[in-house]
Ligand binder design. Structure first.
Ligand SMILES: [Zn+2]
Length: 213
């Protein structure tokens, strides 16, 4: 199996409102990307570590964009790891399902003209999803994680970690509320990208949870 450790790793203490994490940056001189791991507790040599593999989404993670569920999923993962007292959030620098921020914004414009998230990527000459999870497996192996309980709705992440030497012993869902802005996007993820997502009623400002009263 072709899994090389990262040559350059720098870690620092990172206190947050949720917990005091250790933030580690992994750099490979052969690649132009730096990936991150947000770590809590003892994970070296541990089995069944609570793990989220999260791909960078500037609009969702930083600005709380309602177009996708990324920010909500990231913050749920941070809360779950903090509540458990141990775990890893691997943060991969592959913005916009791997197409970059520039083309993600172009894809948003196509979506506002009626294309769904898959067809918008295809129209720009990309694949529907260009993400690669090899770096996540490399990071988890380097941290000494033996097996994981994975916070995800995406079957491709399970397969990729298994393929690259990280057994997934349990899959734990992460569900963001459905809103008028993200309803089409979540539907496309479920129907065209095979994500495990339930059909949920659409939340509104009057009823933010989306639960029918
Ligand atoms: Zn997003």
């Amino acid at each position: 199996m072709d899994i090389e450790p990262f040559q350059h790793v720098t870690c620092a203490r990172l206190p947050t409102p949720e917990a005091e994490f250790r933030l580690c940056l992994f750099r490979d001189p052969k690649e132009d990307k730096e990936h991150l791991a947000i770590i809590l507790g003892q994970v070296d040599g541990a089995e069944g570590v609570l793990v989220r593999v999260h791909s960078e989404c500037f609009t969702g993670d930083v600005l709380g964009s309602l177009r996708c569920d990324c920010g909500d999923q990231l913050h749920q993962a941070i809360d779950r790891v903090a509540a458990e007292g141990a775990g890893v959030i691997v943060y991969l620098r592959q913005e916009g399902r791997g197409i970059g921020l520039h083309d993600k914004l172009r894809a948003y414009n196509l979506q506002d003209q009626g294309l769904d998230t898959v067809d918008a990527n295809l129209a720009l000459g990309h694949q529907a999803d260009e993400r690669d999870y090899t770096a996540a497996a490399r990071i988890l192996i380097q941290l000494g994680v033996r097996s994981v309980r994975l916070l995800t709705n995406n079957p491709e992440k399970l397969d990729a970690l298994h393929t690259h030497g990280i057994p997934v012993v349990e899959r734990m869902p992460l569900h963001a509320p459905t809103t008028p802005e993200n309803a089409g996007y979540l539907r496309t993820k479920r129907l065209r990208m095979n994500h495990w997502l339930p059909l949920q009623p659409v939340a509104s400002l009057d009823n933010p949870s989306g639960v029918k009263s």
